[in-house]
Design a protein around this ligand. Structure first.
Ligand code: CMC
Length: 376
């Protein structure tokens, strides 16, 4: 018996060892470890190792993984020339989707799909994606590109390439927490897209390209930019109540709220809320945090009974703003982190592949006569 669930709600479509979510209690674990603990104690590199290997690395294993990742920070010169020719109005997510696809041009064996090759491709893309984003951002602003520094960790190096100066330890740690908390999240839409594509035995680049395309949608990773736009549209804290009530009255969605799986506050939102509060105070952006808190209070009063609570995107907007990122870079940050999750899922899919091929329920008519074009 086939069942139909719109949006595949509640359908289990894959097995994973990577992340586990309790949507009612608001718990997220990576390989059994609570996300709060990882956010505080781990690094993005260690988290990706954990997701890809199912265990925390020993010192030498982490060293080797980090060394390999850093060896891929550089992008081919031809990509730098390519970036210089991209119109500066192009949205960074469109740039990233296109250039991740283009990385396949510089891979002599782009179609190799054995697990070891997929892993190599994944670590290369993970190393190069931040360089693509930083290079594009500087190029569109007419600034000199900053070469990656292989002495620096993933988060430090990205902020260094973006701004041309090394970030403070506080900013680098805050950014790293964002990377850790966004790295994987069950069979979310973009991860599913990646698994669907690789299940045809296409190639890693095609699967990652599809995932970036999925992520940029406003119902998925694009919501963090929507949150920031909303905060910018609300002039003062006194305007929050009428603004939100008006949107709810018009049945509009409040970006950064609601989730298919969580019917409680997203644990990532809790972690990012702490970060947003601290960074907002440190950087003179307390108004953003206070407006966000007020929105949360109103939403709690109005729609919490429907299971609508802040999701990961709600407080990540203030966090990214305080780190100094331009609004249209918010979703690319999500992508840079989620490349870890997407790649892990691609490896899982390739390790035990079966083609995804669900059915559609036909709801049209049968036995419709063909009417010649002149008689229609
Ligand atoms: N604001 C107001 N009402 C909402 C919201 C919201 N953000 N989200 C859901 N609802 C209401 C919706 O109107 C519906 O009400 P009713 O039953 O009265 O018609 C009910 O909640 C159920 O909505 P749904 O669309 O069936 O729920 P879903 O599971 O398909 O949607 C969602 C999940 C994330 C698409 C949705 O909550 C949403 O659009 N949120 C805003 C966008 C957003 O923040 N996305 C980021 C999601 S988390 C990170 C990620 O995945 O990238």
């Amino acid at each position: 018996m086939s069942t139909y669930a719109k949006g595949l709600e509640g359908i289990i479509a894959a097995e994973t060892n990577m992340s586990w979510i309790d949507g009612t209690k608001g718990i997220l674990e990576y390989v059994g470890i609570n996300i709060d603990e990882l956010a505080q104690k781990s690094t993005f590199e260690e988290t990706v190792y954990l997701l890809w290997n199912g265990k925390l690395p020993k010192i030498n294993e982490l060293d080797e993984f980090t060394r390999e990742l850093r060896s891929h920070y550089r992008i081919p010169d031809v990509m730098k020339e390519r970036i210089a020719r991209i119109p500066k109005e192009v949205e960074p997510m469109h740039m990233l989707r296109t250039l991740i696809s283009e990385l396949s041009f510089y891979d002599p064996n782009p179609n190799d799909n054995d697990v070891a090759s997929a892993r190599q491709k994944a670590i290369r893309v993970l190393g190069q994606a931040p360089t693509l984003v930083a290079a594009f951002d500087r190029s569109r602003k007419g600034l000199e590109l900053v070469e990656p520094d292989t002495e620096l960790g993933f988060s430090q190096n990205f902020l260094y390439m973006l701004n041309g100066k090394k970030p403070t330890d506080t900013m680098a740690k805050a950014f790293d927490i964002c990377m850790i908390t966004h790295a994987d999240h069950g069979l979310n839409n973009s991860t599913f897209a990646a698994r669907v594509v690789i299940s045809t035995l296409s190639d890693v680049y095609s699967a990652l390209t599809a995932a970036v395309g999925s992520l940029r949608g406003p119902l998925h990773g694009g919501a963090n930019e929507g949150v920031m736009k909303m905060l910018n549209e609300i002039p003062t804290i006194e305007d929050v109540e009428p603004y939100i009530m008006n949107k709810l009255k018009n049945k509009e969605r409040i970006m950064g709220f609601g989730h298919r799986v969580y019917k409680a506050k997203d644990p990532r939102a809790k972690e990012l809320q702490k970060l947003a509060k601290q960074l907002a105070e440190d950087t003179g952006n307390s108004d953003l945090f206070l407006k966000s808190k007020k929105i949360e209070e109103i939403m709690e009063r109005e729609v919490a009974s429907k299971g609508i609570y802040p999701n990961v995107d709600f407080y990540s907007a203030t966090t990214y703003h305080c780190i100094g990122l331009q609004l249209d870079l918010f979703t690319p940050m999500f992508a840079m982190s989620r490349l870890g999750g997407w790649s892990g899922h691609i490896i899982e899919q390739l390790s035990d592949n079966r083609l995804f091929r669900p059915k559609a329920q036909f709801v049209g008519e049968h036995n419709v006569p063909y009417i010649p074009i002149q008689e229609r």
